[in-house]
Design a protein around this ligand. Structure first.
Ligand code: XIL
Length: 348
């Protein structure tokens, strides 16, 4: 009988986790044991993002990225690169010349190519799959008006894929985004991918981030989106899975820091210490329903990656509000498996 996620789902899809730099450095022994025992693929939570790896025009800083990649290679895990072209966690200088003027299309393309060839080239043969472009779509499926698109035009996406393929022809290349269960957004993604394929551009997978909650997505929407992506002749992967048990804040509350506001904490963070049994059960049930869909579509789903190892280091404690205590993962703050873990391990 399997006693790890990677064994339990072997032959169906890889199971992985985002890891941060402490985890790649193996400084937290009990967390490290969970990673090595449970997972066969890793993604860097922040360490390969542009702001970390390429903070200034002529400065690359590979120290933490190297440590991450060495970890993945040494542990023989499928090692993912995240991410090359994104509007977020990308410094402003990327889009400006030394006088602070907006770059021309040609200059920004040259900068993008240099970044991609340097980073992908450095980890050629070690990083097996890249999130080449992250979050380029609006909720209605149209292209987000990022600086990449404003300066280069709609073809910034295809250029990024072409440069990545040139830098490592053997790497798998992915488009990654959130809320891809929404019908309009998944249709936009399908259209985008088909347009790359029509031009003969290499793209091998679509990443559905998977920042979910007890109420979102509706299961039929997720099912429909996974079904739609089976028609594209690429892999699907769940790249950043976590399931918040807390109420989703309204627009005005989003991003706010409630760590000092006791009344709001009571309202929006109702489980400060230990997650009560009822919510544990609700989370287990929710994970089971979501994984039932992954199993249904397993012939196209190649990987399911959780966005973090345990509840203590999940970014959901600070998103979509800062200063909450959330419980979105399968391991608790002491690295003990939760009932949601047992529920998944009991699935046929
Ligand atoms: C998040 C990290 O988890 C945080 O530590 C960081 O402060 C912000 O970014 N979509 C993505 C991920 O593609 O890179 C984001 O990761 C979460 C949303």
């Amino acid at each position: 009988l399997a006693d790890s996620l990677k064994e339990h789902f072997a032959g169906l899809f890889l199971v992985g986790s985002a890891i941060n730099s402490e985890q790649a450095a193996q400084t937290q022994k009990d967390t490290d044991l969970v990673i090595q025992k449970q997972f066969n693929t890793v993604t860097p939570e922040n360490e390969l993002k542009w702001e970390r790896i390429h903070p200034k025009l002529n400065t690359f800083d590979f120290a933490l990225a190297d440590q991450y990649v060495n970890f993945g290679v040494t542990q023989r895990m499928f090692t993912v690169g995240h991410t090359l072209v994104w509007h977020s966690q990308t410094p402003d200088w990327v889009f400006e010349d030394e006088q602070g003027q907006t770059l021309t299309r040609e200059a920004l393309l040259a900068r993008m190519q240099k970044h991609i060839s340097t980073v992908v080239g450095r980890y050629k043969g070690k990083i097996q799959g890249w999130d080449v472009v992250n979050e380029a779509l609006n909720e209605d499926g149209s292209l987000r008006d990022s600086k990449w698109r404003q300066i280069i035009g709609d073809d910034f996406i295809e250029k990024a894929f072409i440069y990545a393929h040139q830098a490592d022809p053997n790497a798998e290349l992915y488009y990654n985004d959130y809320n891809l269960y929404k019908p309009e957004k998944s249709a936009g993604a399908a259209k985008l991918i088909a347009s790359l394929q029509d031009k003969g551009i290499q793209i091998h997978g679509i990443g559905l981030q998977g920042h979910y909650s007890l109420t979102h997505p509706a299961l039929n929407e997720l099912d429909d989106a996974l079904q739609l992506f089976t028609t594209l002749d690429i892999k699907s992967m769940i790249t950043e899975l976590d399931v918040s048990v807390l109420p989703f804040p309204n627009d005005a509350q989003q991003g706010a820091d409630i760590s000092q506001d006791f009344a709001l904490q009571q309202a929006l963070n109702p489980y400060p210490d230990v997650l009560p049994k009822a919510q544990q059960e609700a989370l287990s049930q929710r994970y089971k329903e979501i994984f039932a869909l992954f199993l249904k579509h397993h012939s196209t789903i190649s990987r399911v990656t959780f966005w973090g190892v345990n509840d203590a280091n999940s970014w959901r404690n600070n998103w979509p509000m800062r200063g909450r205590t959330d419980y979105p993962l399968l391991f608790d703050r002491n690295n003990q498996p939760k009932t949601a873990y047992d529920a998944l391990m009991a699935m046929p």
